[in-house]
Design a protein around this ligand. Structure first.
Ligand code: GTP
Ligand code: SPV
Ligand code: MN
Length: 639
């Protein structure tokens, strides 16, 4: 390894000996004949990773059915997966219990200057809007973990496309990993293999993503069927080089590098540069009873209802909701000034607990074929189980929890991990939108922000204008969930639902959003805020949610159509007029007055908390327009 020293592994060397590549790859046992289709840049990336990680074998993924079957067979043999025989082509992975969610504290962005990554926090205050790492420490972190980390293992090379292959809005990546689980999951979550490789001709750039499950310093894996290195896990991004390096975790957003790492963190930096938006948003199409169709995008923090809203099953007759995407939106104003969105993903990595025929029948019709489940419980009749499925298993069936231990309802612990997930192809969702793979994207008429707010925040309100809407996104707060390592139910700030996913300084991100208003011809979508999670005195949800959320979308749609008579001005934005909200067939005990009530002292506290947050976390990076919005809100509340 001496020769490599501390040089940056993934920056391409012009003097590289490409001619030797085919022989090298053959020496490492490449069984597929794609070497000739590999561009010099890709060859160089693979070569550097081979040299660093020293795998015993290299496998370039073609994305075929055969390849997938072989990988599944291998994982069953290694006990990473077990078959879920009740359903067609379904598999269950139980992870090391130390590797169950994203690790935000170990996720870093590397730039020359710290100020490119994180805002200028008030002295003595710990920043919460991302973690910066210097180029030197970035290289050191890699050198402390990666040399020889794939010894005895196969290195898989996954060419993948975020977005439909060939769409002008799509981007290509290559993930190199030693985890067959990652390959199988990436095949579901993105478009992989030969069609993508064929796009990567000559000199085309791609996002370089290197991943290893790692090996603990002791050399021993606690769970050989789920190798990982939780003590040394680190997730690194270098936007200037379009590069992601992830070590030590095989789970979700830590290892499926197309998702949060590429589509959001690296993606947001590309979007800033190129003048578009990479956002943590679902996209759905909604057709009203008159047959008019509109698309909307919505940003909720992790485990706050994106997948559920994207698959909404309307309780109001005549409405139809169709799903374009459930987690990420890439959006760009086209030449006519229409905001166009694509879902860069190809599958759903959705939260299992809480999903049932009652809450989300569409998801239930989607996930029981061709799915990799992770950390759900299993049943004695060969199926799966999670909290929320109580009515969907027969009483004589016994349950094995996500640890693999016998479980009963009286166990007092959840059977499935709260962040257990299904990984399922989007195409098989019964309500997938006909335009979900449209290369030009779907036109967005409204943007919704939201979070888990047990107190004070009404069911829905609308911003006065774009700038106020940007402020609403910046002001988002939500109760912590199991999607990351946070404990307890504290209310956290999560601006734009992007706090864990900003690829660059949040102050600059805000300026980027504000700048959209100055684009010529831009038809700016209306901006709304929703809260499905307001609670009453007894801690019960005041709003039934799920399919009933269509009533909120109905009001939003009518506002988008320009209906002025259905809204009234309040200090925080436009609220629905009481009679403007469709209440037919809504359960009697839904207290709409309470759901829409505004408490002056709550909002006084909210605005002073926001002021403190922006002062401490953004400091001098706070755009003046945001301060103006805080001042205006404060003034309106005090009246
Ligand atoms: P990530 O995939 O982590 O980004 O989460 P998500 O935003 O897609 O959240 P998801 O739709 O999976 O919902 C997370 C949890 O919130 C599940 O347990 C749901 O049952 C619950 N949930 C979703 N929508 C509603 C709603 O309208 N009301 C209530 N009470 N709960 C909801
Ligand atoms: C989230 O946490 O927002 C997820 C799960 O969608 S993960 O892919 O692990 O990031
Ligand atoms: Mn989701």
């Amino acid at each position: 390894m001496g020769r490599l020293g501390r040089r940056n592994y993934f920056e391409f060397e012009t003097h590289h000996q490409h001619a030797s590549f085919n022989q090298e790859i053959r020496r490492f046992g490449l069984k597929h004949g794609y070497a000739s289709a590999i561009s010099p840049k890709l060859k160089s990336f693979i070569d550097n990773c081979v040299e660093l990680c020293q795998p015993s074998d290299v496998h370039i993924c073609d994305g075929s059915e055969r390849e997938y079957k072989d990988l599944i067979e291998l994982m069953v043999k290694e006990r990473t997966l077990q078959k879920v025989p009740k359903y067609e082509n379904c598999w269950l992975a139980r992870t090391n219990p130390k590797d169950v969610a994203r690790v935000e504290s170990k996720t870093f962005i590397c730039t020359q200057e710290k100020s490119e990554t994180v805002p200028d926090t008030k002295p003595g205050v710990k920043g919460t809007l991302g973690n910066w790492i210097s180029p030197q420490h970035y290289d050191e972190a890699i050198m402390e973990r990666f040399p020889g980390c794939m010894k005895g293992r196969t290195m898989y090379v996954i060419p993948f496309s975020m977005g439909p292959v060939g769409s002008p809005l799509s981007k290509i990546g290559v993930e190199i990993t030693d985890s067959p689980y990652v390959v199988g999951s990436m095949r579901v979550m993105t478009r992989i293999g030969t069609p993508v490789l064929n796009q990567l001709d000559s000199d085309q750039t791609f996002v370089k993503a290197l991943h290893s499950v790692g090996t603990p310093v002791s050399g021993k894996h606690e769970f050989p069927e789920w190798p990982c290195d939780p003590e040394r896990t680190i997730i690194l991004h270098k936007p200037a080089a379009n590069e992601i390096v992830s070590y030590g975790s095989g789970y979700g957003g830590n290892s499926l590098l197309g998702k949060k790492c590429f589509a959001l963190r690296i993606g947001s930096t590309i979007a800033k540069r190129e003048g578009w938006l990479a956002e943590h948003m679902l996209i759905l199409g909604i057709t009203n009873p008159a047959g008019q169709k509109k698309y909307i995008a919505a940003a909720f923090p992790s485990a706050c209802g994106k997948t559920n809203l994207a698959m909404l099953n309307p309780t109001l007759p005549g409405y139809k909701v169709q799903c374009v995407g459930d987690d990420i939106a890439w959006m760009k104003f086209d030449k006519e000034g229409v905001l166009r969105a694509i879902n860069p993903e190809n599958g759903f990595f959705g939260v299992a607990p809480g999903t049932s025929d009652k809450t989300n029948p569409i998801a239930m019709q989607t996930v029981f074929k061709n799915t990799i489940f992770t950390n759900v419980a299993s049943t004695s009749d060969g199926g799966v189980y999670w909290e929320g499925m109580e009515d969907e298993v027969s009483p004589d069936v016994t349950i094995t929890d996500w640890h693999g231990k016998p479980w009963t309802r009286s166990s007092g612990i959840p059977a499935a991990h709260p962040n257990s997930r299904f990984c399922t192809p989007a195409a098989q969702c019964p309500t997938i939108d006909p335009a979900w793979e449209s290369p030009e994207g779907v036109p967005i008429s409204a943007i919704i922000f939201g979070g888990r707010r047990p107190k004070g925040v009404p069911l829905v309100y609308e911003s006065f204008d774009w700038q106020h809407g940007v402020f609403m996104g910046a002001s988002m707060r939500s109760e912590a969930t199991a999607a990351a390592e946070h404990k307890g139910k504290v209310i956290m700030h999560d601006p734009f639902a992007m706090r864990p996913f900003f690829g660059y300084n949040f102050g600059d991100y805000l300026k980027h959003w504000l700048s959209m208003e100055r684009r010529t011809k831009a038809q700016l979508p209306k901006i709304f805020h929703v809260n499905w999670f307001r609670k009453g005195e007894q801690g019960e949800f005041l709003w039934p949610g799920f399919g009933e959320n269509i009533r909120v979308l109905d009001w939003i749609l009518r506002r988008v159509e320009g209906n002025k008579d259905i809204a009234s001005v309040s200090p925080i934005g436009y609220l629905p007029k009481p009679d403007a909200f469709i209440t037919s067939n809504l359960a009697d005990d839904v207290d709409l007055d309470e759901l829409f009530s505004l408490d002056k002292s709550f909002w006084e506290q909210e605005v002073s908390e926001l002021q403190k947050y922006f002062n401490e976390q953004l400091g001098a990076d706070m755009p003046t327009a945001m301060q103006a919005e805080i001042d205006a809100l404060k003034h309106r509340i005090s009246q």
